[in-house]
Structures are given as structure tokens and as C-alpha cells.
Design a protein around this ligand. Sequence first.
Ligand code: BGC
Length: 759
Amino acid sequence: MDIKALVSRMTLEEKASLLSGDDFWHTKAVERLGVPRAMVSDGPHGLRKQDETADHLGINDSIKAVCFPTACATAASFDTDMIREMGEAIGDSCQHEKLSVVLGPAVNIKRSPLCGRNFEYFSEDPYLAGRMATEIIRGIQSRNAGTSIKHFAMNSQEHRRMSSSSDADERTIREIYFPAFEMAVKEARPWTVMCSYNKINGVYASENPWLLTDVLRKEWGFDGCVMSDWGAVSDRVAGVAAGLDLEMPASGGVNDRKIVEAVRAGKLDEKLVDQACERVLGFVYRYLENAKPETPWDREAQHAQAARIAAECMVLLKNEGDILPLDKVDDIAFIGEFAKKPRFQGGGSSHINSFRITGALEAAEGLKVTYAPGYSVAKDDAPAEMIAEAVAAAKKAKVAVVFAGLPDSYESEGYDRSHMRMPDCQNRVIEAVAEANPNTVVVLHNGAPVEMPWIGKVKAVLEAYLAGQAVGEAAVRVLFGDANPCGKLPETFPLKLEDNPSWLYYGGEGDVAEYREGVFVGYRYYDKKKMDVLFPFGFGLSYTTFEYSGLKLSADRIKDTDSLTVTATVKNTGSRAGKTVVQLYVGDVESTVLRPVRELKGFVKADLQPGESKEVSFTLDKRSFAYWNREIHDWHVETGAFTVEVGASSRDLPLKAEVTVESTVELPRHYTQDSIFMDVMADPKAAPVMKEFMKKTMEIFGHEETEQDRKEAAKEAISEDMTLAMMRYMPLRGAMSFGGGADSSKTMEELLKKLNGEA
Ligand code: BGC
């Protein structure tokens, strides 16, 4: 379709009409020209296609579909191939259901464990979130269905989500909140981007020209369509000018009319309307021209795939005395309502009407498993009789497995959690069962970290996250050793909520949420503070063991324009086949800006037979070493040494090497009379100029140090070090005033010119 030509045949009213939805889930048609409607649907871990009554809060039913593991779980797999394959399956179902775009993935950063939507987001780490988002987009779009990466940007809380302003400095935005979007936009080219509800530094994302045009299109090269989150539009005309192409859902024609009026009044360039139209029709026709409604949607096969994926996502957090895997011949007690009715997805717009749900109890059929509910989710209570029943079951069994976690009401889109605790009743059941049977295992179903007051009393903990409709099958496979756990935490579990870096500021004051912890989000903070955590980022056990060795860098010195190849060997030293995630972190040894100790810059999931070794390799480039420089508004690498650490988690990095990276970019110098000696002397270009100047000044004023001066200084115990230390903070103007009061302004002017490289 020649979209430009099509748009040129439209009236202004027709064009404006295309810039908002027809209803909840459709774009508009233009019947006169044969332009059909197209349907979009949530997202992100399966389809929520609503046929009848529509809403964006997951209230009304949608068609029966397959609920894959949610993003909090898939991120824990660190498996890019697997999430791409999950995307392919979702793409197939889109084709079958005639959906042009699936509304996801959601890649907002987990700034706090409290965010109600953490289950829908990938990680506290932007690199991991970016890699997972890139691959799921590739998977879905390989089937010619589009994606809508969301919510762009800085939507890390639900509290006041439609009015609050997420305020952060440029560096924090670039280093933490943008990279997942940036990587996915550049590498996977999503058809659409969904802007967030919130403001960013005071400007709504839906009308933010810096966000939607300067950064997204001009810097990152995005050429698709930007749609609003559902109801995120405040000033529609400002939105068109800023680069918001499609308002969703329908605006009842009100905003379409405003667009027409603004054009007629000369307040909005019609070319911008044309452009927005072209972008909307761009994805509509991209879908239509490649539509394959005959694509089969094999839900059974996808259920089996969902089970396989879920097993790859589960994170084994503790396994004292190798109590897991369980032996199939033993008597096992499954305790907790979640064993029967698992919690496997979160509430809100991502809520999927699963065609089948398998709990662990059902999946364990044929094994010697007994069951006691332990607690009631509906009542959020564990009456004495229920606990007694659970205790009795635990006593009779060799091992008691308590299925616990967060009920639906504890975390959902639309509101944040107010604490990080599990329901008291569930904690009580775990304590009682652990007392009755020392061989107690806990399986957790939750979308974000929880406090674990009982951690010292149970033998094992398996974090299942919200692992989709086939969670029970996956849990049973992992518990009984048919699958070897290989997930790693995509976020830190702090010991307590108050340890989290955003804790003081999270939620904000009124409508302003200041991201005051800056770049120190998640492990970037805990590592810098050398704090103990419950479980660190990247952590996860296995039923086998791995050994890391042979770290090699392709060079020990590179330019920031070069790339560096890093290789390391990982060996399965146990007796079971298993997978692990080899993680690579980079740290700046010395920096003039405040930087995290280490940042994830690469990971590889390795599958190893017992005794097998593999060499894994990573490629690092400028971005792996750079920070965002506020002066040049760009990524910058400071010349110097960097650590490259490789290992099993952010706190278990047995391999370490150093590489020197040389900057090829000269930062602008603008010294003034208020610049201090230390800064000038640290600059290899300015230091020689300064030295020369000092020498001359000393000569002019006869202040060259004599033997007598030295003796005096020694007497007063002023060491050379102290003099130097005191000098460090002196402004250049100090050199003049100490110079005896001679007319110095000209000298200063000349010095500054030389220091700034202008003379
Ligand atoms: C959510 C989006 C979702 C949309 C449509 C909004 O409330 O924030 O993530 O895609 O509704 O359901």
C-alpha cells in the first residue's frame, strides 16, 4: 500500500479521525477509501482479546487463551532464545486471532519492590530488561504481528500513575530508565511504542517532544507509531506536535475535532497530522498485508511450552543438605491453597483468561503426595484447625512443601504494595509446618520480592514467581528433579523494605516522585553500600555445581571505539545435567563521577552435561564502559582501568581482570578563575600549562622554596603532603591573591586561555 498517497486523498477530518481509537481495541476505519479497522490486544505474556465488553483493567472476560509466565519470571530465565520462542508462539496466536499488535513487552525498571506492576516488568537492571525485551519483540514480530513496547517512560510506580511526575536527572534517565527501550528500539524495531501515563520532569509523556521525537525518533531511529497508554492523553494537540500518533482508546471524537480546529486555526501544522496518520496506517497495513488468519493456534502445544518455560524460570534460593530434588518414592505433603489453585499471573490489563490451569497437586498425581490447604486465600487467614491439619500432614510426611506467596489482592496493576511482607497467615503456616517437620520446603508464587522471616527455619526455597498457567507442572518437575532449576534473580531481594534505595522517596510527595537515588537502583546501590541482602541480583542455585575459569580478554588496552572480546570457561562439576547463567559485570576502577561498583554488561546461558566444559564469549563495546556525561549530553568513557568480573551472580564473581580503555573524545575544557588546582592538575592537557605557570609565578615573586622554608615548614610539622592537600582545593584565583597583589587580571586571562586550549 502506498500509504502516503492514501493519506493525501483524505480530508482533514478523516485524517484526524485516524489519530484516535474507534473503541477500546480498534483503530478507526475510513470506509470511503476502504481503510479497515485493526485490532490490538494486551499483552504482554499471552492474549487478552476482549470480544464483548471492553475495559483496560482486566475486569471483563476475554477469549480463552494461554497464559505464559509473566515477565518477572521470564527475566529470571536469562534465556534470550527461550523468550524469543515464547514471542513466536504469541505471534502465532495474534495471527490466528487477527490481532495487529500485542500490547507489550513492558520494560519499566523495578525501582522498588513495592510497584504493583513489578510482575509485568523484567528487572531492576536495564541491560537484562533490554535483552529480554529485544528477543520477545523479535519473536512476536517474526510472525508479522506487531508489538508495543511500554510504558515509555519512567513508569515505575502505580501510585498516582496518571498524574504523577517522575523527576530524575539526565544521567539517571539515560543510564537506568531508557536503555531497555533504547536497546529494543534499535535492535528489534518494535512496530509501536506505548507512552506512559506519567509526566517526566513535569511534562506528560504523551505530549513530550523531547521523549517522543528527539530521543525516540531522532536519536534512536524509531520509525514506527507511538500510541498512548489507555487514557494517557491530556492535551491532544500538544501530543500530535510532540510525536504522539495514536490516542487510545476512543476519545468520542472530541480530540479529533480539537486537532481539526488547531490545524484550521494555524496552531498545528497539517503535515504533522499527515505524518501521524501515515504512522498509524503504517502498522495497520503492515499487519493486513501479512495477515495469515489461517495460522493454527495450538493451545495444547502452547500449554506444554508454557510449562517448559516456567521450569526454566524458577529460582532455587536455598537448598540446605540438598533436600531437593525430592525422591518420588517418598511421602510428601503439599501444603497451602496455592498447591491446588496456584497464583500464576497478576491483576489488571495483563490478566489472561487461561484455557487451562495446572496446580502442583494435580501435576503430582500418581506420586505419594498428600494435601492440606493450610490457609485460605479468600479469607486471608489460617484458622487453628487449618494449621493443625497442615501440621499433622507435615508430621506424617518425609518432606513438607508449603506453597505460599502473595494473593491477587496484594499486588496488581493500579496500586502499589504498602509493605513487602507475605500474608501473616501464610508466614504462620510456614513456621508451624517447619516446626513439625524439619524437612520443610517453601515454593513461592509472587511477582516481586517478599520478606522471609522464616528463612532460617526451612531447608529449601523455590521462587516460582508468577509462572503462568502451567506453573504446577513446572513446579513438580523442578521439585522432583525432572528439571534442574536454572533461573537467576533478575532483582535483589533486600533483607527488609527499608533497605531499598528508593524507600525514602518512593511514591513521591503529591504529584511529584523524585528519583533521588539516581543511578543507584537495585544491586548498584546494595553493592556500593556493601550491604547484606537476602538474595543478590543474579543469584540462583542448581542441583549440580559449576566452576568458572580461564578468563581471557582480547586486549589489555583498547580505545573506546574498539570492542573487547572476553572469554571464560564454565564447567559442570556435579553429576546432573544443568544450566547456569554466566554473568559479566564491568566496573570503573577510578572515576570522576559517582558510579556503581559493577554493572551487568553481558550474560550467556550455558547448558552442560556432567563433567562438560564450555567456553563462553562476550563482546564489550564503548557502551559497556561508558557513563552518561551531562556536559556533552552523550555517552563518555573516562580513560583508565576497568574491571571485568565473571561468575555466577553479582556477589559471586570468581574471575576478574582489568582492561584500560582510552577515550577518543576530548571533553570540552572550560576552566575559570574559580576552577580548583586539583581539577586542572588531573587533566593531562591542562596540567603542563599549569605547572609552567606555577614555576614562572614562583620565580617572579621570588617564592621558590629555599632550604630555610623547608626547615620552617618541617618545624611547624607541615608536611609536603599537607601543603599539597591544602593546595588541591584552592581556586586558580587563589594563586593570584597569594601572588602579592600585583595586577593579575591579564595574567589570569592568558592562563585561562591556555588552559582551555584557546591559545
Ligand atoms: C495499561 C497498559 C495496557 C492498556 C490496555 C493500561 O491501563 O497501563 O499496559 O496495555 O491499559 O489495556
